[in-house]
Design a protein around this ligand. Structure first.
Ligand SMILES: [Zn+2]
Length: 318
C-alpha cells in the first residue's frame, strides 16, 4: 500500500472515530443497520462504468430482441415491487454459456442464456432476477466494498477529498480488475445470499409467481455443479443446504398457499414459448462455458485476499 501523507493519516484518525457515526443507516429492504462507505450516486457510477466491460467480456447482449424484452419486462415488474421502484433499473441477457447471474451496484442486473437454458418456467426466472434485485436493494455491493476497503486500508483515504479514484474502488470491488481480459465480482457472504433469497421470494410472490421457483433454481444449480466445475454463479453466490432450508422455512411460513393449485403462477408454457423455443433457434453463444477463470484462480494470480473481506463485523455493531 502506498504511504500516506501526514494529512491523510490525520484524516484516518478522524475517519475511524467518525465513520461509525456517519456511515450507518437502516436498509429499507432488510430492516438491518449497515455501514455503507459509498453514496448511492457512487454506486450508480461504479455500476455504469463496469457494465460495458462485463457485457463485452460475457459475449455481449443476446441477439434476440424478443427474449431481451421479455426479461426486461419481467425485471421491471419485479423491481416495481421492490423497496426501490423508482431507480433506473436495467436488465441484460448475456450471450454466454456460463451459468451465471449477477447485479452491479446501482441497479444493473445480468443473466446469462446458459442459466436460462437450464430453466423450464417463469417462476424460476423470477426467482433469479428477484434475488439479484435483492442484492441491489440490500446494497450488498456497497457493504462488501466497505468491508474490503477496511481490510485493504483504502478506507483511510476514501472518505476524504476523493483521494481514492473510482478505478481503485472498482479494484476493491473486483470489477475493473482485469486478469487475462476478465473481470470479477466480489463474492457475497452467506448472510448476503440468505438476505437476497428472502427478498427475491418477496418480490416474485408479489408479482404472483410461485416462490417454489426459487428452490427449483437452487436444485438446478446444484445439479449443474455435480461432477464438473461449479457454475460461475455458485462462485459468486455461495450455495449451500442452508440456503435451501432457509427458503423452505420462509415459504412454508409466509407463503403457505404455494402448493395450492393455481394460487401462484409457474409459467411453464409462457417460458417455453418466449424463452426456450427462440433460444434454441439462436446460433451458439459467443461466450463459451470454459472461458472464465474461477475466483480461486483469480485470487492466486492477483493476490487480493477476498476471504479477508468477507465476514468482518459491521462497525455499526462493535
Ligand atoms: Zn446472490
Amino acid at each position: 500500500m502506498k504511504l500516506l501523507k501526514w494529512s491523510a493519516r490525520l484524516s484516518l484518525v478522524v475517519l475511524f472515530v467518525l465513520l461509525p457515526l456517519v456511515g450507518c443507516s437502516t436498509n429499507e429492504a432488510t430492516g438491518r443497520s449497515q455501514f455503507l462507505p459509498l453514496s448511492w450516486q457512487e454506486e450508480v457510477q461504479i455500476g455504469a462504468e463496469a457494465a460495458p466491460q462485463f457485457i463485452e467480456q460475457s459475449g455481449g447482449e443476446l441477439p434476440d430482441q424478443g427474449i431481451v424484452q421479455y426479461v426486461r419486462d419481467m425485471g421491471a415488474r419485479l423491481a416495481a415491487q421492490s423497496e426501490m421502484p423508482d431507480i433506473a433499473w436495467e436488465f441484460y441477457v448475456l450471450d454466454s454459456q456460463v451459468i451465471n447471474a449477477f447485479a452491479l451496484p446501482g441497479g444493473k442486473v445480468f443473466i446469462s442464456r446458459g442459466l436460462m437454458a437450464k430453466m423450464d418456467n417463469e417462476a424460476q426466472l423470477a426467482g433469479v432476477i428477484g434475488h439479484e434485485i435483492g442484492h441491489v436493494t440490500a446494497r450488498h455491493g456497497n457493504e462488501r466494498m466497505g468491508k474490503a476497503m477496511i481490510t485493504q486500508g483504502l478506507i483511510l483515504a476514501a472518505g476524504i477529498g476523493g483521494a481514492v479514484s473510482d478505478n481503485e474502488y472498482m479494484q476493491v470491488l473486483g470489477v475493473g480488475t482485469a486478469v487475462g481480459g476478465q473481470l470479477f465480482l466480489l463474492k457475497y457472504s452467506r448472510g448476503n445470499e440468505l438476505e437476497a433469497d428472502a427478498l427475491g421470494v418477496r418480490y416474485m410472490a408479489k408479482v404472483g409467481y410461485n416462490p417454489i421457483g426459487q428452490i427449483q433454481v437452487m436444485e438446478i444449480l446444484r445439479e449443474a455443479s455435480g461432477g464438473g466445475a461449479p457454475p460461475e454463479w455458485l462462485s459468486t453466490h455461495p450455495a449451500s443446504d442452508t440456503r435451501i432450508s432457509n427458503l423452505e422455512a420462509i415459504i412454508t411460513q409466509d407463503y403457505p398457499r404455494y402448493n395450492e393449485d393455481g394460487f401462484y403462477n409457474m409459467g411453464f408454457d409462457s417460458f417455453k414459448q418466449n424463452i426456450l423455443t427462440p433460444l434454441n433457434k439462436l446460433p451458439p453463444a459467443k461466450h463459451g462455458a470454459s472461458a472464465m477463470l474461477s475466483p480461486a484462480e483469480f485470487e492466486k494470480i492477483v493476490g487480493i485476499p477476498w476471504e479477508h473481506a468477507v465476514g468482518q463485523k459491521c462497525t455499526c455493531h462493535p
